[in-house]
Design a protein around this ligand. Structure first.
Ligand SMILES: Nc1ncnc2c1ncn2[C@@H]1O[C@H](COP(=O)(O)OP(=O)(O)O)[C@@H](O)[C@H]1O
Ligand SMILES: [Mg+2]
Length: 291
């Protein structure tokens, strides 16, 4: 458990880091493309994933409920999900900040570490992930199956990246409050990204073929290129148009370009806010955090 006081203290530390641009007081467990994952709390420390601030209590409530429904849907479809509690804290400017709190998974249980350190286990692990992808995903429930979102806990494949709930309504509209994530983009870019970029990104998570393609292309990013053929063979019989090594490499190139472009824009905006507007930049950006 992490108490409300401890969580409040973590939020103050994060805010201080944002104001000073110095993240050294934060204990980072990892960073994904969306959130930074912090270790905090006394007794057994917890993994605390901070979501961008919400403007209203209602939007925070809605987001909390969507995460709850997403986890329930996954479990109903047989996917094990790490115990997750969504907690709320008040930011010092009055905004509402949500943290997804989970037990800290030891490195030896993380799929990326297993693939790297125990190569004999990698083929079965990838086959297990692909089986889960094909058994779970459909038009309403999506999954981001890249290796960095999985662990093996008590011999059981377990999913833990639930900060971006991938749910769609029956008419295909994403239930994700995209404003939460778009908030870290400069104002002028939010509308075009929401309209033209995000739907394409989100659709990908509802198609087992593109989710597998994404898993394979992320293996290249993780320097695990030698495992790409495992994904190709595990999917070959299940898709009308089998994946090829060339398709995986080309996907990797365009994914890298898209994220680099988004990050460059966010970094430029942060520099503008800090140095010209003299305001703290209100988000922690993944990567070279404080340049
Ligand atoms: N419960 C956890 N215990 C230990 N490490 C974690 C935990 N959750 C996430 N991480 C680390 O942080 C990284 C990013 O977390 P993730 O939940 O996938 O967030 P994102 O949405 O940013 O991708 C993971 O790949 C992992 O290395
Ligand atoms: Mg992730």
């Amino acid at each position: 458990m992490i108490s409300d006081d401890e969580l409040g203290e973590l939020e103050r530390t994060v805010e201080l880091a944002l104001r000073s641009g110095d993240a050294s007081a934060l204990s980072l467990l990892g960073e994904g493309e969306i959130s930074l994952v912090l270790a905090a709390g006394s007794g057994p420390r917890r993994a605390c994933k901070r979501l961008p601030p919400f403007p209203t209590a209602e939007s925070a409530e809605r987001y909390t409920a969507t995460i709850g429904r997403y986890i329930a849907e996954l479990e109903q479809r047989g996917v094990d999900v790490v115990d997750t509690e969504v907690r709320r804290v008040r930011g010092s400017d009055g905004s509402i900040v949500l943290y997804c709190v989970q037990p800290i998974l030891p490195a030896t249980t993380l799929a990326v570490d297993i693939a790297r350190d125990e190569p004999d286990r990698a083929p079965a692990l990838l086959a297990d992930i692909i089986d889960t992808v094909f058994a779970t995903i459909d038009a309403s429930v999506g999954l981001d199956a890249q290796l960095s979102n999985w662990a093996v806990v008590d011999d059981q494949l377990t999913y833990f990246d639930i900060t971006t709930p991938l749910l769609r309504t029956p008419d295909g509209v994403s239930e994700l409050d995209s404003d939460v994530f778009l908030a870290s983009l400069p104002w002028a870019l939010r509308t075009p990204v929401r309209r033209f970029v995000l739907p394409g990104i989100l659709d990908r998570y509802h198609d087992p073929r593109t989710v597998s393609l994404d898993l394979a292309s992320n293996l290249i990013k993780e320097h695990l290129d030698h495992l790409v053929p495992e994904v190709l063979s595990a999917t070959a019989e299940r898709v009308a148009r089998p994946l090829s090594g060339e398709e995986v490499r080309s996907d990797r190139r365009s994914d890298a370009r898209l994220w680099a472009a988004l990050q460059a824009v966010r970094r430029a905006d942060r520099a503008w806010q800090r140095h010209v507007r003299r305001r703290p930049y209100p988000f922690l950006l993944p990567g070279r955090a404080n340049s």
